[in-house]
Every structure is written in C-alpha cells, then in structure tokens.
Design a protein. Structure first.
Length: 87
C-alpha cells in the first residue's frame, strides 16, 4: 500500500511540475504559471465528477454505443488487415 501511495504522490508532484513548466514556458510569468498549476487540477476534478456522474445516463450510453459501432477509415498507405477486412 505504501508503494502505491508513493507512486501516486510522485505522479502528483510530476504533474504539477510539468503543468508549471509548460505554463511558464508559454507565458514567461511565474504568477500565471502558478495559477494554472493550481487551477487546472481543480477544473479536472470537477470535470471528472461530471463525467462520472453522467457516464451511465441513457443518452450518454447511446452516444457511446454509436461511437463504438463506427469503424475507422482505412488509409491507402495502410491496407486493412486480412482478418478484419470486410468482403
């Protein structure tokens, strides 16, 4: 259990460091980078809650079913695999 917590904590620190680094590289502002570093996880947490809450909603289920039924368009440079190609 301790190694899982250490891994989670390490990921959190790396996430915040990369968020700060990217925001600072794009803006050149420590203030903006700091704000992004702390606002972004709050927004992601809120979005996760919304997705989790509505994931099993009938409309969302229908949309997921429609998306999963669609097949990807085959590229001319990458022909279909013989076992999955339709006749």
């Amino acid at each position: 259990m301790e190694s899982i917590m250490a891994k989670t904590a390490t990921y959190g620190v790396l996430h915040m460091a990369s968020s700060f680094g990217i925001a600072y590289a794009l803006t050149g502002s420590v203030t903006i980078a700091g704000a992004v570093t702390f606002v972004e996880p709050i927004v992601n947490t809120g979005l996760h809650y919304v997705v989790d809450r509505y994931w099993d909603h009938p409309t969302v289920c229908r949309v997921r079913q429609l998306i999963s039924r669609q097949t990807p368009v085959q590229s001319r440079s990458h022909p279909a695999h013989p076992e999955t190609a339709r006749s």
